[in-house]
Ligand binder design. Structure first.
Ligand SMILES: [Zn+2]
Length: 276
């Protein structure tokens, strides 16, 4: 049985051992998302300097592939606007982020990554930063459309209005709504289905079961951060396999799991999951 975690990080705690644990618990496929530039000791002044971040991440993903099937997602995290903005000014920070997204798009074209991660801050920012963040996210949609990939989004907490607004931005770029994935989603499968954006449900508490009761149009993630300072955050690496297997006890069959862990991943990201 294929079990996919749609959003996990490898950083400085368990590192690849996290994936051994994931595998032991029944996990087979994972999307590994790069972290903020500061996590790689990079202080970029241009978008091109994200090359070090991305190369480091691709290298980790290559090693991860010896344990499970791992795919690279290249992130230009929305919080970069605050981090880079303090040094470079917010307008320049947004430009650097857009250049970095261009670079991420090149990696996708080369087949080194399957998606870009973008979004807008989940914390309160002033109107100007919000506007710039939206421009960056819009740019990510345009690049994704050009190179034919999906975009994972890190955004403010779910609101129906919020995802509708984001869906319209994807439309403007000509990017299919189902190729936009809201990472850390609540189990609102029906709402997301109506709007068209794909929810990557955070596997906390009974979220996975709650999601499943509304249908199979979702993916599942831990957002495991692998930070030695926050060892179990957000959820441990075994969580997705455990929660997905629990669905079997609640009367969902393996076909259902195949939908969320294989068919949805293939449809969103355009990868051949079952072939591995
Ligand atoms: Zn994350």
């Amino acid at each position: 049985m294929i079990i996919t975690d749609d959003h996990m990080h490898i950083y400085n705690h368990l590192r690849l051992k996290a994936l051994e644990e994931f595998k032991k618990a029944g996990g087979t496929h994972v999307l590994l998302v790069s972290l903020l530039s500061k996590h790689y000791d990079v202080r970029p002044e241009t978008g091109k300097e994200f090359k070090r971040v991305f190369d480091c991440h691709i290298n980790t993903v290559e090693k991860a592939n010896k344990i499970v099937r791992a795919y690279a997602v290249l992130a230009v995290h929305p919080a970069e606007i605050t981090i880079l903005g303090g040094r470079l000014g917010f307008r320049r920070a947004a430009e650097v982020m857009m250049e970095a997204i261009d670079l991420a798009g090149e990696y996708v074209e080369e087949g080194k990554a399957i998606a870009i991660k973008s979004g807008r801050p989940h914390y309160k920012v002033d109107g100007k930063i919000w506007q710039l963040s939206n421009e960056v996210m819009q740019h990510a949609f345009e690049i994704a459309k050009d190179v034919g990939c999906a975009v994972q989004l890190h955004t403010e907490s779910y609101t129906r209005d919020g995802i509708e607004e984001i869906a319209r931005m994807a439309d403007k770029a000509g990017l299919k709504r189902e190729r936009v994935v809201k990472h850390f989603s609540p189990p609102r499968v029906k709402d997301f289905e109506e709007v068209g954006i794909f929810p990557s449900v955070i596997a906390m508490g009974d979220n996975v079961l709650k999601a499943a009761k509304q249908g199979a149009r979702f993916t599942v993630e831990t957002d495991y951060i692998d930070d030695a300072k926050r060892p179990g955050a957000v959820l441990g690496p075994k969580t997705v396999p455990r929660k997905v297997k629990e669905l079997l006890k609640h009367g969902f069959n393996e076909d259902f799991i195949h939908k969320i862990c294989v068919e949805n991943i293939e449809r969103i990201y355009g990868v051949d999951v079952s072939g591995f």
